[in-house]
Write a protein that binds this ligand. Structure first.
Ligand SMILES: NC(=O)c1ccc[n+]([C@@H]2O[C@H](COP(=O)([O-])OP(=O)(O)OC[C@H]3O[C@@H](n4cnc5c(N)ncnc54)[C@H](O)[C@@H]3O)[C@@H](O)[C@H]2O)c1
Ligand SMILES: *[C@@H]1O[C@H](CO)[C@@H](O)[C@H](O)[C@H]1NC(C)=O
Ligand SMILES: *[C@@H]1O[C@H](CO)[C@@H](O)[C@H](O)[C@H]1NC(C)=O
Length: 320
């Protein structure tokens, strides 16, 4: 064979390869367009139909920060739904009280004293509860603190402790329980962010950092699970509560108290449980705050600030 015919041969091969690749690309694009509009249609239908609720009866639910506030209310309500509750809190006395109330109501609960900043203890405790209770179906990273004053008045220890509790502990807990969930391809991890994870708020500069961090790592983990396994069925739910009446928010401030009143802790807990059982990726309390944030971002900053100043809502310093 002469060199000329050989190269002509290669040329036609390359040509048919090109055509093949173009056909593949066109098929890909058509599929993208069809699936894109199907997903949009599905989302629109979803606006009018609540997703079904997962059954938690007989399942094991682990919650941090169960001694008080939303953690305690979630523990009580999950127990009423028939789940076994593993209560983790640094405060032994209040945690015991939660366990006692659940048992008095005829529910099942086990209390564990645990300071979530202590990574080694956390990992040991995680192994222990997996041995004692088997598969942990739902993990709720709820424990959190909220020092509230201007950035320049925050101490180093305060800032470090806040990141340890509100963010870093979540990683240790997820690393302990996610492998079982991936293996069984089921289960659910819930993380408490905050409206302070949607908006920047005065007196809460480091706290907003922790809550934006929660939002960020959860969004990234959703992608990691989905791309590793397109059939992934491990659910992640990020929660953005507005001001909840637990005492964490010491000096709430609002111009229109009727419009922005504190939400009772038991109502907030019910809303979190519903979001988890529906498998929602994101849920604010009240629900429309996620949409408010998206719309707010479309509006020029200066205009949005005028609206914020008009509503004059936030938290005052806890130091006066
Ligand atoms: N209350 C609100 O207005 C509000 C709004 C948005 C988000 N959140 C978030 O919701 C979550 C719960 O808030 P809450 O108001 O119910 O809190 P809370 O103060 O009522 O209760 C928090 C519980 O966590 C426990 N805890 C604190 N540090 C701990 C540690 N190192 N190890 C283990 N347990 C620890 C406490 O002992 C307490 O029982 C927090 O992450 C908070 O940031 C609260
Ligand atoms: C909490 O309960 C445990 C187990 O029932 C008990 O050993 C412990 O003393 C209790 N602690 C407090 C502070 O009540
Ligand atoms: C939890 O541990 C940290 C140190 O890692 C400590 O600063 C903090 O005070 C502890 N929390 C409680 C409530 O004991």
């Amino acid at each position: 064979m002469s060199k000329v015919t050989q190269s002509a041969d290669n040329g036609s091969k390359a040509n048919s390869n090109d055509i093949y690749n173009i056909v593949l690309l066109v098929v890909d694009i058509v599929m993208l367009i069809v699936k894109f509009w199907l997903a949009i249609a599905e989302a629109i239908v979803g606006l009018f139909r609540a997703p079904p609720l997962d059954d938690v009866n007989g399942k094991v639910v682990l919650i941090t920060g169960t001694g008080h506030g939303m953690g305690k209310e979630m523990a009580l309500q999950y127990a009423k739904l028939g789940a076994t509750i593993l209560c983790w809190d640094v405060n032994e006395q209040t945690n015991n009280q939660t366990v006692k109330e659940i048992k008095n109501n005829g529910g099942k609960a086990f209390g564990y004293v645990c300071n979530v900043t202590k990574r080694e203890e956390l990992i040991e405790l995680a192994q222990k509860v997996r041995k004692e209770h088997g598969f942990i179906h739902v993990v709720v990273n709820n424990a959190g603190i909220m020092p509230c004053h201007p950035l320049l008045e925050h101490t180093e220890n305060e800032i470090r402790l806040m990141y340890e509790i509100n963010v870093l502990s979540h990683f240790w807990i997820i690393q302990a329980f996610l492998p079982d969930m991936i293996e069984r391809n089921e289960g659910s991890i819930v993380a408490l962010s905050s409206c302070a994870g949607l908006f920047g708020l005065i007196n809460l500069v480091p706290y907003c950092g922790t809550k934006f961090a929660v939002r960020g790592y959860m969004a990234a983990l959703v992608e990691e699970l989905r791309q590793k396994n397109p059939q992934n069925n491990v659910k992640l739910t990020t929660i953005y509560p507005y001001m909840i009446d637990t005492g964490l928010c010491k000096n709430p401030r609002y111009r229109f108290p009727n419009l922005f009143k504190l939400i009772p802790a038991d109502v907030a807990a019910g809303s979190i449980i519903e979001a988890q059982r529906q498998g929602l990726e994101e849920a604010a309390i009240p629900r429309h705050f996620v949409a408010a944030e998206k719309i707010g971002r479309l509006i020029p900053r200066k205009a949005m600030r005028l609206v914020n100043d008009f509503f004059d809502t936030g938290v005052d310093t806890d130091k006066s």
